[in-house]
Design a protein around this ligand. Structure first.
Ligand SMILES: Nc1nc2c(ncn2[C@@H]2O[C@H](COP(=O)(O)OP(=O)(O)OP(=O)(O)O)[C@@H](O)[C@H]2O)c(=O)[nH]1
Length: 434
């Protein structure tokens, strides 16, 4: 059993001793699977989860049904500049252009897709030129015996910048928004595959020590198990907000740093990351902090980084890549394509929603994928619901005569069509929670 799988097993154990968590996962049977793909902001959910078909708002009438619209010519000929994260686009692009092309549409559509693809490719190219991209050889399949893997557990106080950093490394803005606050079990923050190496980043929330350096009593059992699973990662990255440390040091964070670095762990590489260095004006201050922790033998390296702005992250990534071990990847980019597609569909619709509803509302609503069907002709039927708590919110989302949701739907439908390279029938509904 490889390390990541061991970590996942530990997670199962954690969920069994802490059943409350299961309520937040609508499908515990698929927990591992789901857990593994928490790369995206919203998750596919099943209709039976909490849809209440007896409610008047849950009638079969949809607020947007792409079947009722023809895609405007303007959109067809001059597709919008893609806004969805470029790395995921590239990945999807790879999956769909190299992978299973069973569902390719008829010839004339292919031509249209080709021109769209060129536009998309151009946008991707432009984005790629903005920064170094070592993914160039990613299209080639890497044989299992050549694959290298690394599991990295990230540990730090809330707000230390775990997701911003992963986000930067994995190259997706989506990882950051996908996080729910106060999560208690380990979950995948992101997966980075470059060349022959795949790195999985795990969050390890709830692993703080109390002021005196001991485990919190009330959560002892849960926290102890969480601690023991920490040892299963190849690398443990301890991250802290160095700006906060210099302005308002937190004794628990200091305890954590010291405890993790007390002695070397022969089975695990540990590194210390001083994060948010961009907030420090006098760089000398950073050296003082590094000095404070330099005698901790448990840390293989100390990095000074800004997970948000990116400084030092290249070095850190390079270091991690070098630690990867000969082991097959845990994530197969091809087999996960449907799961990824589902998440993409949510992400694209959500992005359009945020474009069109410039208020706090989008953050308060529940967004779900309730149906996903691949039809015989190769097209996709995707139904998504927005569940709001107030009728007034529903009104805003739907807009006058359905204009807002219609706009969101048309644009999202077009974008999904372009990404998936097939016909998409998108249905959106705005429901009010009972
Ligand atoms: N200036 C600066 N801000 C950062 C940096 N990294 C993270 N932040 C900010 O710090 C806040 C917390 O960052 P997150 O990445 O969400 O922190 P986290 O550790 O994942 O937080 P939890 O989800 O609570 O565990 C956000 O407002 C980030 O924008 C950084 O390198 N520099």
């Amino acid at each position: 059993m490889n390390t990541t799988k061991k970590a996942l097993t530990a997670v199962t154990h954690l969920t069994s001793i802490y059943p409350r968590r299961l309520h937040t996962f609508h499908h515990h049977r698929h927990y591992h699977h789901r857990l593994f793909y928490r790369l995206f902001s919203a998750q596919p959910q099943q209709r039976q989860d909490d849809s209440d078909d007896s409610h008047p708002n849950n009638s079969a009438i949809s607020d947007f049904d792409s079947a009722q619209f023809s895609i405007p010519d303007a959109l067809r000929t001059t597709p919008q500049q893609p806004t969805w994260d470029v790395h995921h686009r590239q990945r999807v692009e790879r999956i769909f252009s190299n992978g299973d092309l069973r569902h390719r549409k008829v010839k004339e559509e292919e031509e249209e897709e080709e021109s769209r693809r060129r536009i998309l490719a151009k946008a991707l190219l432009e984005a790629a030129l903005e920064g170094p991209d070592e993914d160039a050889d990613q299209d080639q399949e890497v044989k299992e015996e050549d694959q290298k893997s690394l599991s990295v557990g990230i540990i730090g106080a809330p707000n230390a910048g775990k997701s911003a950093l992963t986000n930067f490394m994995v190259g997706t803005k989506v990882a950051a928004v996908s996080r729910k606050t106060n999560t208690t079990t380990h979950e995948v923050l992101g997966v980075m595959t470059k060349g022959d190496t795949q790195i999985c980043f795990f969050d390890t929330p709830g692993l703080m020590l109390n002021r005196s350096g001991y485990l919190h009593k009330d959560m002892k059992v849960r926290v102890e198990s969480a601690w023991s699973s920490v040892n299963l990662y190849d690398v443990l990255m301890v991250i802290f907000d160095v700006h906060r440390h210099l302005t308002k040091p937190d004794s628990r964070v200091i305890r954590l740093i010291k405890r993790m670095g007390e002695e070397p762990n022969p089975k695990q590489i540990r590194i210390l990351c001083m994060n948010k260095v961009d907030l420090i004006e006098k760089k000398k201050e950073l050296l003082k902090v590094a000095e404070q922790f330099k005698d901790l033998p448990g840390y293989g390296r100390i990095f000074m980084i800004s997970g948000l702005k990116g400084s030092g992250v290249e070095d850190l990534t390079k270091y991690l890549m070098e630690q990867a071990v000969q082991r097959p990847w845990d994530e197969d980019p091809i087999t996960m394509s449907e799961e990824v597609m589902k998440n993409i569909s949510l992400e694209v619709v959500r992005e359009r929603l945020l474009d069109h509803v410039h208020q706090e509302i989008p953050y308060g609503i529940d967004h779900r994928l309730v149906d996903w069907k691949e039809l015989r002709d190769g097209s996709l039927r995707i139904e998504q619901h927005f569940i709001t708590s107030k009728m007034s919110q529903r009104k805003i989302l739907v807009g006058k005569n359905g204009s807002k949701i219609g706009r969101i739907g048309i644009e999202a439908n077009e974008e999904l069509r372009s990404i998936f390279k097939r016909e998409v029938h998108l249905i959106l509904q705005v429901r009010v929670k009972t």
